[in-house]
Design a protein around this ligand. Structure first.
Ligand code: GCU
Length: 678
């Protein structure tokens, strides 16, 4: 039964005509060298080719016939070195795949500077075959454009997952280190197949216990499983750990005893896990401890930890997701206000990790004003793969297109063309470190991600971390072909449905730049009316500001002036209600209900119709999926169909609740074409 466990690595038998065409190019496998990583690459090629071709891929020690696949590095194999391949510019993780004669035999060569490059190359060749690409004259040279490509697990030590909708944490702390669940290996393999090279095992709302010796032994065991897949392990560091597990009286980052404690802790970690990646830290945000508890800055805190891991080659990822209840400044402005003045004061092994937008992973946010604003501090992107604000696992929302929108946004930091992608991949400011993190959507569910289509978001994250300028449509196509079917009659409609899905969610939850209208706490379902939370910045009314006259958050000069945090060109466009894209309108403007929109309709009517449009799109997605039954196995077809039915019902719930609430405020009649009240 197809239950989704195999993800996009299904390797189902190809059509026999395709097998016949391919067989002469997969006659044998020659692995020039040996290492744990090379063994994994070879096993993957054997598994993939033999399943897809229905014919074993035999191993040979030297090329003896046409159609061999040859795998190796120049350092590990004189035979590869002799080929004189242009590998130098591909760096430590890149690879080259080339159809060429070797010893007079037609051969497919996979070459790289490192074994992990070979593993990436092996997965890439398999993807070519799995997606139905021609493999006769291959000439692929690729290297990742971003160095740190990390998953952030918000996994707690009791195996609950904060904002996780796919079961419990994969990490079975109780049975570690002695029992290694085979799933750890499958997890590493899936990540390696899309180029993810690091994993932060624990929640940003950290528990200091993870840094104690008993847990470090468990971390060591996981690191050993992940290592041959090119994946390093990172941990979240709770800033107050010196108090909680160190017996100190303070966690002041300038206190010599505290600094010594962290240094000793880092030394201890590296004794246990020599290639430990480093720390991820959430500090002075949402009640977490941090350097400001001691009147020190974020840089003081980050630099202390950076000094501790520096001798071992470790890094610190310090999160810019900071805001405080006591702070009366517009929440959207607080991270910039805090971090911008610190530019240039961080150690060279610190990266500041910035969420895509300034609030919190809303269905749509304008890009974060910090991108482009910290030329002297490497900034890495934080996306949320798990769908905290997008309907959890039952609502189908392909996030590739949402992320592409952010990455393509122009910061104008150095004039036109200064896209967020260029900030992230280091080109704009010449960052020495580059990175992208994704808050994982993975758990113990059989299908890993809570739904079949949520696997696409894991996949798309990996692909965009590898190359932030990839097209989300291309990524969706790859994924759909590998995960379901290469039949164009399936691929075209399925990809169309994916590409429309994010906008649908935006429409039925938070159209026209609205944000944070979800029910309190769990964030599932509508709750724009809540107005009595102890923290004003957790109230939806703080964000939409709807009243009898109008709706939206004035972030121009007459309001919070958050627009001033963007480069002048961007600020001018955001500040002008006639120039700002409608999708971001109410993020920056409070406007009268009868403001005329691009459609010619008044804002009130437009808002109501957008809610309806979102529900309509989900209806179309259902119809599309129904038509795809012939191409999908029964189990996965039914899973998706029933989730789409839930989504359809709940999209209508979102529409009806939101429209009814806003109508109670605006006092306006429903426009023509709006569905009648339930
Ligand atoms: C959101 C989320 C929290 C999480 C926080 C963070 O606010 O709701 O659960 O801890 O983001 O990113 O730190």
């Amino acid at each position: 039964v197809e239950d989704g466990y195999d993800l996009w690595l299904r390797y189902r038998p190809l059509a026999s005509a395709v097998q016949t065409r391919l067989l002469p190019r997969a006659t044998e496998l020659v692995v020039a060298g040996d290492s744990p990583t090379m063994r994994i690459a070879a096993a993957e090629l054997e598994r993939g080719f033999s399943n897809m071709l229905g014919h074993p891929l035999p191993r040979a020690t030297a090329i003896g016939r046409d159609g061999a696949i040859l795998l190796g590095t120049p350092a590990g194999s004189p035979e590869i070195a002799r080929l004189g391949l242009p590998l130098a510019r591909l760096g430590p993780e890149g690879f080259l795949i080339r159809s060429m004669p070797v010893n007079g035999r037609t051969t497919t060569v996979i070459a790289a500077n490192s074994d992990v490059g070979l593993l990436y190359g092996a997965f890439r060749l398999l993807r070519e075959v799995e997606t139905g690409a021609p493999t006769e004259r291959l000439d692929i040279a690729e290297a990742p454009k971003v160095k740190l490509r990390l998953l952030n697990h918000w996994d707690n030590l009791d195996r609950t997952v904060e904002r996780g909708y796919a079961g419990f944490s994969l990490w079975d702390w109780h049975k570690l280190p002695d029992y290694l669940d085979p799933r750890y290996t499958d997890y590493a393999r899936a990540n390696a197949s899309i180029g993810i090279n690091g994993t932060v095992l624990t929640n940003v709302n950290a528990n200091a216990d993870i840094l104690t010796p008993a847990y470090l032994e468990k971390v060591k065991a996981l690191a050993a499983v992940f290592r041959p897949y090119g994946i390093r392990v990172y941990l979240t560091a709770r800033f107050s750990a010196p108090l909680e597990i160190g017996g100190l009286k303070t966690a002041d980052p300038l206190d010599p005893a505290v600094r010594a404690w962290w240094k000793a802790k880092a030394d201890e970690i590296y004794r246990v896990v020599p290639d430990f990646g480093g720390f991820l830290v959430k500090a002075n945000s949402e009640g977490q401890p941090g350097p400001q508890d001691y009147k020190r800055s974020h840089a003081d805190g980050a630099n202390m930890l950076a000094d501790a891991v520096k001798p071992h080659g470790g890094i610190v990822m310090w999160r810019a997701f900071v805001y405080a209840a006591e702070n009366v400044e517009d929440r959207a402005k607080q991270a910039y206000s805090e971090f911008k003045p610190l530019d240039g004061t961080f150690r060279d092994n610190v990266v500041v990790q910035v969420k895509n937008g300034a609030i919190d992973f809303q269905p749509r946010e304008p890009f974060h004003p910090l991108f482009g604003a910290m030329p002297k501090t490497p900034l890495m992107m934080e996306f949320q793969i798990t769908k905290e604000y997008l309907g959890f696992a039952t609502h189908l929302a392909y996030l590739g297109s949402a992320w592409e929108e952010v990455l393509k946004a122009d910061t104008y930091a150095k004039g036109k063309g200064s896209t967020v992608a260029k900030v992230i991949d280091g080109r704009l400011h010449g960052y020495r470190m580059t990175g992208m993190a994704g808050v994982a959507n993975i758990g113990t569910d059989r299908n890993w991600s809570g739904s079949h289509f949520d696997q696409a978001n894991w996949y798309a994250f990996g692909r965009l971390a590898w190359d932030p300028e990839l097209s989300s449509r291309t990524i969706a196509e790859e994924w759909a072909r590998m995960t379901f079917s290469t039949d164009p009659k399936f691929v075209r409609p399925a990809v169309g449905m994916m590409m429309a899905s994010h906008q649908a969610v935006v429409d039925y939850m938070t159209p026209l730049g609205l944000h944070h209208l979800m029910a309190t706490g769990h964030h599932y379902g509508p709750g724009p009316w809540v107005g009595d939370l102890e923290r004003p910045d957790w109230n939806p009314t703080y964000y939409h500001r709807a009243d009898a006259n109008g709706i939206g958050f004035d972030r121009t000069k007459t309001g919070s002036d958050a627009v001033a945090q963007y480069a002048p060109e961007v600020a001018r466009s955001f500040a002008d209600p006639n120039r700002i894209p409608e999708k971001d309108l109410l993020w920056f403007h409070h406007l009268p209900w009868d403001t005329k929109m691009a459609s010619g309709r008044p804002l009130w009517d437009e808002l109501v119709l957008r809610y309806g449009r979102g529900v309509g799109t989900v209806g179309e997605m259902r119809a599309t999926w129904d038509g795809l039954r012939p191409y999908v196995d029964a189990r996965r077809f039914d899973d998706v169909a029933s989730f789409l039915a839930i989504q359809h019902k709940e999209a209508a719930w979102w529409r009806d609740a939101s429209v009814a609430y806003f109508q109670s405020v605006s006092g306006r009649p429903l426009p023509e074409g709006a569905p009648p009240p339930p």
